[in-house]
Design a protein around this ligand. Sequence first.
Ligand code: PEP
Ligand code: MN
Length: 337
Amino acid sequence: MIIILKKNATEESISRLEALLQNKGVKANHIAGANQNIIGLVGDTSHIDISNLAAQECVEDIKRVQEPYKNANRKFHPDDTVIEAGGVKIGDGSLQIIAGPCSVENEDQIMTTAIACKEAGATMLRGGAFKPRTSPYSFQGLREEGLKLLIKARQETGLPIVTEIMSQSDLDLFADIDVIQVGARNMQNFELLKALGRCDKPILLKRGLANTLEELLMSAEYIMSEGNMKVILCERGIRTFETATRNTFDLSAIPLLKQKSHLPICADPSHATGIISLVDPMSLAAVVSGADALEIEVHNNPKIALSDGGQQLTPDMFKATMDKIKGLCGYLNRRIG
Ligand code: PEP
Ligand code: MN
């Protein structure tokens, strides 16, 4: 971190800043320039609050030269992190396909869909039991009953299960879940992130609707700083001025996150586009961009789905997309599963 001092900064105000820095455990290196005096900070600056320094009388400007996330940063962990979940590995170069309905609706729906997903080549099963809906009058999910149905579907298919948590008070209910998802709307629910950091489960952390990649990585840092290093980042589209798609799929986030972090990356082309016909091409694009996993919504009968009917693939469509993904993985020399 570099602090640029004001031209007219008094000795007294600089001494006060130095004392503050010493208090924070970082070393201050003074560099006198022809036009400006600066202070270079040496040491761990990740816990320093920039606004606190900016409020000091002698400070003109502050520049970070190092990212504020340490655990998630590839600079400190050059090797890719591989996460084991229910017998599959995410981040080891293989491609995992997490498929299933937006919401778990009833036993027949989740069983039929799970079996179809497995037959088409999915390697993990998704399904929401706790649903974050814009309207309180929309279907809110089957909650605990939904988790039980997912576990039943795992027994039937052998597919590890991924499902969303909305509150840390429900954490005990997730004891037998393979991957806990944090949805876009909860990406900055810091108490939830900290609680998940104290558990031993892989966490699929989705990017918030209007969050930067640095904010996503800082949310991963919340989980990791509590001890849980098993975080999978998920790009699921962001809000922009474009209304033709539900969200704007930020494809470049996939290779960029790979450069910045050692954590595995998942892409969700269903929520990123909200349009059935775009799920197939965007799935392929995400694989080419280096995603370690795809999360795709599939429903045995999307026309009567209780949530996100407009973006869920039918089993036949999913199979057609899977066939293309398999062809692409053959070309890229990547294993599925
Ligand atoms: C979901 O995956 O079911 C979901 C609600 O996604 P997101 O949090 O990305 O909107
Ligand atoms: Mn959905």
